[in-house]
Design a protein around this ligand. Structure first.
Ligand code: 5AD
Ligand code: SF4
Length: 425
């Protein structure tokens, strides 16, 4: 059968879609790039915020009409929404034929041969050994090193939909990285909900980086997501000493107020977070730091919100992904009586975005005059005469050049910058 996958949410889902593609291909199915040709329409979904779920439901509502002309067409829901609300969506008859959870993908070829029906038991032990993902066109590789999360931050649905932490065996990770290198992917990101707690036999996360750094043919190594409570001195020193590990860390702060961090069950105070940043900048002065922030968590006062703004000014993140708090049923924070009205959440989100924009512009403009290494990934979106790629410190850069440079590393001088792009020559 011909299948088409649409992926929503985080990098873990992008990586899972590559895995699904590999499973379906091995079973004799063919991926198509046009939805019109597909017999199987797969939606790999995200449940982290309400908005993400609404988008997918809207997409499915838009596509189910295709069944009128093509009765054999099957719509399959994958990922976090499948786990969270798959059963009720099946009951609602909203056009979905199969629901396949995040640890069930191996069974996908068998499932689509069955009559559309109720979902199968979820197995939370899966680490997908012995499977090779198919890299989907991108020049960057993503290798899952662990799945699941044990942290139960009070706002977050992930531990409920993705289960407990499981680390993948080192030999499996090595195989995936080698495959990415063989496919000429020069920028490889290790993925996990909380990579710092990777543990396989006596291999901790810092030791894993140290070993991977020796791989021949590897150019750049990154990892997401780190948890500030587990971001150790040891890891900072290893980041400094491993030449392939890029000078960038994504370290979600969520809030700059210790009281809110406590309510979020994050396991650190703002002072601890700041001490990690200072230590990191001391070890790697040129390191770029990005973060995630939530505006309007239940009970957040104006003063507490302002603590987050002042933390943003104090730290000066290179970039921040800012989110409006979204109650997720089943999480502790969703039951709080102190929900913040939507208009205040929105207004705080906007102030956060405006402030970060100023800081990002300042950080990007500070790069002017420097020479940077750019991994050229594609033509720029604006013009075919321009190429675009990423610096080691995770900034998008554009530079003039030609097609032959795509997939290569180039050195270029930063001559201008916007709040999001370095313009280079
Ligand atoms: N509401 C808003 N943002 C959330 N995130 C996770 N759960 C929620 C929620 N319920 C954000 C966090 C996390 C990022 C991936 O998504 O900032 O780091
Ligand atoms: Fe969610 Fe917290 Fe786990 Fe991240 S660490 S996935 S925010 S529970």
């Amino acid at each position: 059968m011909k299948y088409y996958i649409e992926t929503y949410g985080c990098q873990m889902n992008v990586s899972d879609s590559e895995l699904v593609s590999s499973i379906l291909r091995t079973a004799g199915h063919t991926e198509v790039n046009s939805i019109d040709e597909a017999d199987l329409l797969l939606f790999n979904t995200c449940s982290v915020r309400e908005h993400a779920e609404q988008r997918v439901l809207g997409r499915i509502a838009n596509e189910r009409h295709r069944k009128k002309h093509k009765p054999e067409l099957k719509i399959i829901l994958l990922g976090c929404m499948a786990q969270r609300i798959g059963q009720s969506l099946l009951n609602e008859n909203c056009g979905i034929d199969y629901v396949v959870g995040v640890d069930q993908y191996r069974a996908l070829p068998a499932i689509i041969n069955q009559e559309p029906s109720a979902l199968i038991d979820f197995d939370f032990d899966e680490v997908y050994e012995e499977l090779m993902p198919i890299h989907s066109g991108s020049r960057c590789g993503f290798v899952t090193i662990m799945r699941g999360c044990n942290n139960f931050c009070s706002y977050c649905i992930v531990p409920y939909v993705r289960g407990r932490e499981r680390s993948r065996p080192y030999p499996e990770i090595l195989k995936d990285i080698q495959l990415a290198i063989d496919n000429d992917l020069k920028d490889i990101t290790l993925l996990g909900q909380n990579v710092n707690s990777y543990q396989w036999q006596d291999l901790s996360f810092p030791k894993l980086l140290l070993k991977l750094n020796d791989i021949k043919g590897l150019h750049r190594l990154r990892f997401v997501t780190s948890h500030p409570k587990d971001f150790s001195d040891d890891l900072i020193l290893i980041m400094r000493d491993c030449d392939k590990v890029c000078e960038h860390i994504h370290l979600p702060m969520q809030s700059g107020d210790s009281g809110i961090l406590d309510m979020m069950n994050r396991g650190y105070s703002y002072e601890h977070y700041l001490s990690r940043i200072l230590k990191l900048r001391d070890a790697i002065p040129e390191v770029s730091i990005t973060t995630d922030l939530i505006a309007g968590f239940p009970g957040e006062t104006e003063a507490q919100f302002e603590s987050t703004l002042s933390a943003m000014r104090e730290i000066e993140f290179d970039y921040a992904f800012c989110f409006k708090y979204s109650p997720r049923s089943g999480t502790a924070a969703a039951d709080s009586k102190d929900q913040i009205p939507e208009e205040i959440r929105l207004e705080r989100l906007q102030r956060m975005i405006d402030l970060q924009r100023e800081i990002t512009l300042k950080k990007f403009r500070a790069q002017i005059g420097k020479t940077v290494e750019i991994y050229i990934e594609d033509f720029s979106k604006k013009s075919m005469a321009q190429l675009s790629g990423k610096t080691r410190d995770f900034k998008i850069a554009v530079v003039s050049g030609n097609e032959s440079q795509i997939g290569k590393m180039v050195m270029a001088k930063v001559v201008d910058a916007t709040a999001g792009t370095l313009i280079c020559e």
